[in-house]
Design a protein around this ligand. Structure first.
Ligand SMILES: [Zn+2]
Length: 135
């Protein structure tokens, strides 16, 4: 290997991994377990951090989707019924697709803005603005 190649390799290795793999966003997965007839979902705050959304909106949406009462206790979601991890992560994925990921560039860097009384999804990465029902 020449010195030049060595230098290139060094430069490549010093680029943060994130910069190289930013094209596809991974929807976070949560851990859950059953406790009697309830489902306990761990790490709710971490999930919220990655969503950057009003937690009430998410909980309300999840209650509608599962048709089960849900409460939040100590960084955990308590679902009053049995939901397996696979179903739960599928639901979270669909929440991200509906309310978070930019429809244009698929990045999660979006926020909810209000314009003329209408709630819209604005992408901070590409600038796209989109109306999303149920926002
Ligand atoms: Zn975008």
């Amino acid at each position: 290997m020449t010195n030049y190649e060595n230098l290139l390799l060094k430069a490549y290795n010093s680029i943060p991994k994130k910069a190289l793999t930013q094209e596809r966003f991974e929807v976070p997965k949560v851990d859950s377990f059953l406790q009697g007839t309830k489902t306990i979902v761990k790490g709710f705050n971490q999930l919220l951090d990655s969503m950057r959304r009003d937690k009430k909106h998410f909980i309300k949406w999840l209650m509608k989707e599962t048709a089960l009462p849900i409460s939040e206790v100590n960084n955990q979601l308590i679902i009053n019924g049995k939901v397996n991890s696979y179903q739960l992560n599928k639901l979270i994925e669909s929440y991200f697709k509906q309310f978070i990921l930019c429809p244009e560039c698929k990045k999660p860097d979006t926020k909810v803005i209000t314009e003329g009384g209408t709630k819209l999804l604005k992408c901070e990465a590409c600038g796209a603005i989109k109306s999303v029902s149920g926002l």
